[in-house]
Design a protein around this ligand. Structure first.
Ligand code: MG
Length: 249
């Protein structure tokens, strides 16, 4: 899992560096697949329930699961990059949302708050806490900023398959859920909307967009539950996200 996530983090860092006006999302997808395969892994998303590409690229009001294609990035957009790999049977999964060129103050704040929500959630992922504490951490941070936390899509356990139990809610699910134990592997991935929490799926069957058309941000780490909080497996080497000391955006 460490190696699978090391590859994910390196791919995300490369992709973040490629994001610029005029670049197509298909170019990002090709570069990601090439690096994943060069590193001896395979893209976990490709073919997953029929998903046609190696990564998800979700722009502005797209929340998650955007399909790469001929669309060109434009100045001022925010771009969610979501990468999954399989290495020797183990899965890695992480995501980061980055600005394309100069972005508005409003969007920058959305990125900062969502990144901080992930950081707080990672801190809450410590042994002895319950699953609920992770969701409460995300929701508390985002509510205070006036944002809507997506409820229809959630994080997940991860290991020898991409989506394992338990579901990791980004909001207070109303019950404690399982106690977090040292060594549990979770993918924590807040999806946060500038407007309401409501989302819908486009006709392509994949792309999730905000119902009100306002922008959305998505940050994700794969972590291991430790006594001090989540040990992040998918951290970038220079671009950092999901940590309080450096917002990464
Ligand atoms: Mg995930």
């Amino acid at each position: 899992m460490r190696q699978a996530n090391r590859i994910v983090a390196d791919v995300l860092e490369m992709l973040a560096g490629m994001v610029a006006p005029g670049v197509t999302t298909a170019e990002l997808d090709r570069a990601a697949e090439t690096l994943i395969r060069e590193r001896g892994a395979r893209p976990a998303f490709k073919g997953y329930r029929g998903f046609p590409a190696s990564i998800c690229v979700s722009i502005d009001d797209e929340v998650v699961h955007g399909i790469p294609g001929p669309r060109r990035l434009e100045e001022g957009q925010i771009v969610s990059l979501d990468v999954g790999t399989v290495w020797e049977g183990y899965y890695g999964d992480a995501a980061v949302t980055v600005p394309c060129g100069a972005i508005s103050q409003e969007k920058r704040r959305l990125l900062e708050v969502t990144d901080r929500a992930l950081a707080k959630a990672v801190m809450a992922a410590r042994s002895g806490n319950h699953l609920r504490d992770i969701g409460v951490a995300v929701e508390t941070e985002c509510r205070a900023a006036g944002y809507g936390v997506v409820r229809d899509f959630v994080g997940h356990g991860i290991g020898t398959s991409m989506h394992e139990k338990p579901q990791v809610y980004n909001f207070d699910c109303g019950r404690n859920g399982p106690e977090l134990r040292e060594g549990m592997a979770l993918a924590i991935e807040p999806m946060v909307n500038m407007g309401t929490h409501k989302v819908r799926v486009l006709k392509d069957g994949w792309t999730v967009v905000t119902a009100d058309g306002k922008p959305s941000a998505h940050f994700e780490h794969s972590i291991i539950v430790r006594s001090y909080g989540g040990e992040i497996l998918s951290q970038g080497r220079t671009l950092k996200w999901g940590v309080l000391s450096d917002t990464g955006v």
